[in-house]
Design a binder for this molecule. Structure first.
Ligand code: SF4
Length: 221
């Protein structure tokens, strides 16, 4: 069963520079029982001491509301001298992972020690500006992959990102939004008008594998 909508952060780390932002306040109001801590720095915020396994679990129950100066990153496709994927731009309004517990998730193991939290970057004006600039400087069709540092839909009922990004991308002829997900959290997706500039890609496994290794994600059905 998809646990996305049961996500309730126990702790919200609120970066002081966005503390008065209406978007930050809107998210905080969704979780009245969360312990909201204002933090001075986003990198290595002061956190209680914990073991790696505690950090792994805490990271799934802690939401940081912050900002970034780098929403868009370039992946040139090269994975080694003789391995090449299709190049794309990664789009990172949310990072460090998601509320699911896939046992193989590299994000959990990379970030748990130094960044045991899911981070939502809410300075979306910067995001739109960077997407526009990237498209203006590119030739041909380009894709923005919003599934590299997160599950694209797992927190969409909280962030509402599909409701703003899908209409935004409809205005371009050469830019595509790629959503990669294991989630059935599709209410927003169904509510927006469809267009040919968004590609939704579900990662599907056999039900036994989902049950054993992709804990909390949507059932195959
Ligand atoms: S859905 Fe993706 S980001 Fe979330 S736990 Fe699984 S592998 Fe990690």
């Amino acid at each position: 069963m998809d646990k996305a909508k049961t996500f309730r952060p126990k702790t919200i780390l609120l970066w002081q520079k966005v503390a008065d932002d209406p978007e930050a306040q809107r998210i905080i109001e969704l979780f009245p029982s969360a312990d909201v801590r204002v933090i001075k720095q986003q990198i290595n915020p002061t956190l209680p001491k914990m073991s790696l396994s505690q950090a792994l679990l805490a990271g799934k129950r802690t939401l940081m509301i912050g900002a970034t100066s780098s929403f868009v990153g370039n992946f040139d496709g090269w994975l080694g001298s003789n391995i090449r994927c299709c190049p794309y731009y990664k789009l990172v309004p949310v990072s460090n992972g998601c509320p699911y517990y896939c046992t193989y998730c590299y994000l959990a193991f990379v970030y748990r020690k130094y960044s045991p939290f899911i981070k939502n970057n809410i300075n979306y004006d910067t995001m739109f500006r960077q997407i526009r600039k990237t498209m203006a400087n590119s030739h041909g069709k380009i894709s923005f992959n919003m599934g590299e540092m997160l599950d694209s839909l797992a927190l969409d009922h909280i962030t509402g990102l599909t409701k703003i990004l899908i209409p935004f991308f409809s205005g371009f002829s050469n830019g595509f939004l790629m959503l990669l997900t294991k989630s059935s959290n599709v209410d927003n997706l169904l509510a927006v008008e469809s267009n040919s500039n968004t590609i939704v890609s579900w990662s599907l496994n056999a039900q036994q594998i989902i049950r054993q290794y992709e804990l909390g994600t949507a059932d195959l059905d």
